[in-house]
Design a protein around this ligand. Sequence first.
Ligand SMILES: [Zn+2]
Length: 279
Amino acid sequence: MNADRPLHSRSSARRPGKRGLVTALGIGAIVLSLVACSSDAAAAKDPVAGASGATSASPKPKQKPKSTPTPTPTAAAFNKAANSVDDPSSIWVVVNKTRSLNPANYAPTDLVYPAVTYVNRQPMRAEVANALVAMFAAGASESQLQFSVQSAYRSFAAQTSVYDQIVDTKGQAQADTTSARPGHSEHQTGLAVDISALPASCSLQTCFANTPQGKWLAANAWKYGFVLRYPADKVAVTGYSFEPWHYRYVGIALSTELHNTGVETLEEFFALPGGTTYH
Ligand SMILES: [Zn+2]
């Protein structure tokens, strides 16, 4: 049911820049042709006036100084509706404690295991895998840093088992602070990856932010389509404590827009509800 939708939604996400340029060029071409039309009309009019005036002094129509049409393609406004934020197979899906996946037991259909180092061998969606491989390669070539996948996709069943186990041993309140309820985990989308340093250092701890790998990711992940999903200063918005290891793939168009506008969370960017309590 979801399998037939992601293709066009994703391909349209990838090309807003190109489309904007094409649109801008199209408008430029229209402006150009309008300018051309009006100067043609002026040129056509003048000789007639000259003929009736019978003054042969200046038969040439005066060329109006053409105001240079502006073909400079200004960046088209970002289209926030280019992809769904509700469809669980959309790379822009927003899932949090207020917004559950629908259906709650959603499972991606294109899970793969990229050739990277794993702590827990868990797959991710194909598009995410490609971006992750490129990002890890850049970290290695630019800064001689190595990374591993701590965890990635977790199924509804796996999340249920993890969550229920914590509820059984520590109670629901504690479970809700350390684990997502089934159907509310970003890991169930196949778009989230917990990244660790290799060799391991501060894995799944806030001190990961101070490791070379944590710093490099914070500065560069946006270039590969990833966002730091749970920033330190946005707990009330995202509903989660600072997780400097949790990166969410949203595609380069959106990650670049978030980077350029300085908006840190998907909830704020799309004006969607979030928060720390389940609804
Ligand atoms: Zn995570």
